[in-house]
Design a protein around this ligand. Structure first.
Ligand SMILES: [Fe+2]
Length: 393
């Protein structure tokens, strides 16, 4: 067995009703929080007011910034970090899906550098390595979707509005100190959001499993997360109020986050290609991976027969008597039928991509997501990426 290490530094409160823990987080975090949440939805569902009240009951002063857009933009982070500093906040609380949690991480990080622009710290910026930066202010993540796993990863993804890119970055200091995963907050999610975020969980878990940095530790989480998504996503989509299905999906999400966020673990080329679609089109994150995932599997299935065969099994698509090679060869098809089952077998055109965007998306994949590309089990060059994009049109 190869050598590996692991560390899961986030204190996770998991379970129905655990939102109440917000009352207890003040010691060690500070006295004034910036609460970042999505526009409208968190207010409409009453979750924003409940969260703010709980923080206040715990003795925390709250500055509400409920103006987070899907796929948060550099300019928003710059503005929110300036407000954090002006209001002399001590920590951030991201309340919502990946956009809110990633905003909370980026704001806590940028504010710790004294403000300025987050573009300096994204791919292509002068300080993109994040070396010699000041550790972020403390971060609390409260996830209201079963999707990005951001509550248990150091990663944050911010759209670069100048270059239409969607780079991901992060370091140890942008792991949430506390995460709350409360499935009750997810029961009101619409079917489409449940699906688009649930598919992201599937890709996190599957990609972590077929990454060249996978470890016996991440495999444990990946396998179980794939199994739980396959078994529960349909139920959560059809009956959003099914708290047991929501809970299982939420747990899959948190586990998949650990599988891609722990130590050197990572997603692979599917996320690299998907992010670059998101940078160009603002399409829902989960669907961008659904568009390119099958082409990626076709390109790479023979890189590790054992692992890709296992993917087919985990997706529940193994047929009796199939050899490991047959199972591995079948993995693209297994993924396609899984996507069809959840109604998200989409093409890049469905997401607003046209042929003329492929060159720019390829540039962006190498410039902003090379870390993930390099975690693929097969080395991928520019021609490979262009070919996978063309196949996914
Ligand atoms: Fe993702």
């Amino acid at each position: 067995m190869k050598a590996f290490d692991f560390s899961v530094p986030t204190r996770v409160f998991f379970g129905s009703g655990e939102l109440k823990r917000l009352k207890e987080i003040s010691p060690g975090m500070g006295k004034k929080a910036m609460l970042l949440a999505a526009k409208q939805t968190m207010k409409q569902t009453g979750i924003l007011d409940r969260a703010a009240d709980l923080l206040r009951q715990g003795g925390v002063e709250v500055v509400v910034s409920d103006d987070v857009d899907p796929n948060p933009k550099d300019v928003d982070i710059d503005r929110q970090a300036a407000a954090f500093l002006k209001q002399k906040c001590d920590f951030t609380v991201g309340l919502g899906g990946g956009s809110s949690m990633d905003s909370a991480k980026a704001v806590a990080f940028l504010a710790a550098q004294g403000g300025g622009t987050i573009l300096d710290y994204l791919a292509g910026g002068p300080r993109a390595s994040l070396q010699d930066t000041t550790p972020a202010f403390p971060i609390v993540c409260v996830t209201t979707t079963a999707g990005t796993g951001s509550e248990t990863t150091p990663w944050w993804v911010i759209t670069n509005t100048k270059h239409h890119e969607k780079p991901g970055t992060g370091n140890d200091s942008t792991m949430a100190r506390v995460a709350i995963v409360d499935p009750e907050l997810m029961v009101s999610l619409p079917r489409e959001v449940t699906r688009n975020t649930g598919i992201d969980v599937l890709f996190h878990a599957m990609e972590a499993f077929i990454a060249n940095v996978a470890t016996p530790f991440t495999d444990l989480f990946s396998r179980e997360a794939i199994r739980l998504v396959v078994e529960n996503l349909g139920t959560a989509m059809d009956n959003g109020k099914d708290l047991e299905a929501r809970s299982r999906l939420a747990w899959a999400n948190t586990m998949a986050g650990i599988a891609i966020g722990e130590g050197k673990s990572s997603t692979v080329g599917i996320h690299a290609l998907g992010h670059s679609i998101g940078g160009q089109t603002d399409a829902p994150h989960g669907l961008t991976m659904a568009a390119v995932g099958p082409a990626y599997m076709e390109k790479t299935w023979d890189a590790d027969i054992t692992r890709y065969a296992e993917v087919t099994r985990l997706l529940g698509q193994a047929k009796p008597g199939m050899s490991a090679e047959e199972l591995a060869r079948r993995s693209p098809e297994a993924l396609i039928s899984t996507l069809q089952r959840f109604g998200c077998r989409v093409s890049m055109r469905d997401l607003g991509v046209n042929e003329s965007m492929i060159e720019a998306m390829t540039d962006s994949a190498f410039k902003t997501m090379s870390g993930c590309l390099n975690c693929s089990l097969k080395s991928l060059d520019r021609a490979d990426v262009v070919a996978m994009y063309r196949k996914s049109l």
